[in-house]
Design a protein around this ligand. Structure first.
Ligand SMILES: *Cc1c(COP(=O)(O)O)cnc(C)c1O
Length: 226
């Protein structure tokens, strides 16, 4: 049974190796631990081993966990956002990676408490044009970005994508490389947009090749989900 400690070092090594292969600084890729379905004790073990960035997909699950864990954890919301759940997200998360409509951005901005720093935001792009997936079409990116940029409590930091699973590697490469192009386009207007969140357990190497700055890892860190 591989331990969590072993998994963390194995992942850091994979990131480091891939960065080396594509001539990138390995500090340019963050490891986001995806803790959905894992209990607070498991998250605490990962915390004690040095991880500080965790991603949650469901508000009802996060509600039970966040209050029981150290408050220097940087929580990222990475699931679909229902408008009746925005208040908890704006009060307890540092980042939201899945903004895909104006209404949600407006609510997060209105509900972000004044004593907290700006909420760090990524726009989710439906890069494989998968009708089953959340996210906006690439053509809609600049409109939503402009709307977000006027909101005082939101800071636009970049883009996030979940490419269609089980597609040919040529298509996956294309999706990731299109994401990198979109980020460059965004950066010509918004200099602070420095984040490209893409790559999961099975495709982090490909994502890093195409410029990912944050890989979101669940399975290869904590083991298979039930
Ligand atoms: C579950 C999830 C992940 C982690 O996927 P693994 O394949 O388990 O590493 C990453 N990103 C999002 C948005 C997820 O929902």
């Amino acid at each position: 049974m591989p331990t969590l400690e072993h998994n963390i070092s194995a992942l850091k090594l994979r990131i480091k190796k891939q960065c080396h292969i594509v001539h990138r600084d390995n500090n340019s890729v963050h490891l986001l631990a995806v803790s959905k379905t894992r209990n607070a004790d498991t998250v605490k073990l990962a915390y004690d081993l040095g991880l500080r960035q965790f991603g949650e997909n469901y508000v009802t699950e996060a509600e039970k966990k966040i209050s029981r864990l150290p408050d220097d954890i940087e929580w990222h919301f990475i699931g679909p956002i229902q408008s009746n759940k925005t208040r908890f997200i704006s009060e307890h998360f540092s980042w939201v990676q899945t903004i895909d409509r104006l209404k949600i951005a407006r609510r997060l901005n209105q509900q972000r408490p004044d004593n907290l720093p700006m909420l760090q935001c990524l726009i989710q792009i439906n890069i494989s044009s998968d009708p089953k997936k959340a996210g906006i079409a690439p053509e809609e990116m600049l409109t939503l970005a402009e709307q977000i940029s006027t909101m005082p409590k939101l800071q636009l930091r970049g883009l996030m994508a979940i490419p269609k699973a089980s597609q040919a590697s040529a298509d996956l490469n294309k999706d990731f490389s299109n994401m990198a192009k979109l980020l460059r386009q965004l950066q010509t207007i918004y200099k602070q947009a420095d984040t490209l969140s893409m790559g999961m357990s099975s495709d982090l190497e490909t994502a890093i090749t195409h410029g990912s700055t944050m890989v979101r890892i669940g399975t290869d860190l904590f083991g298979p989900r039930q």
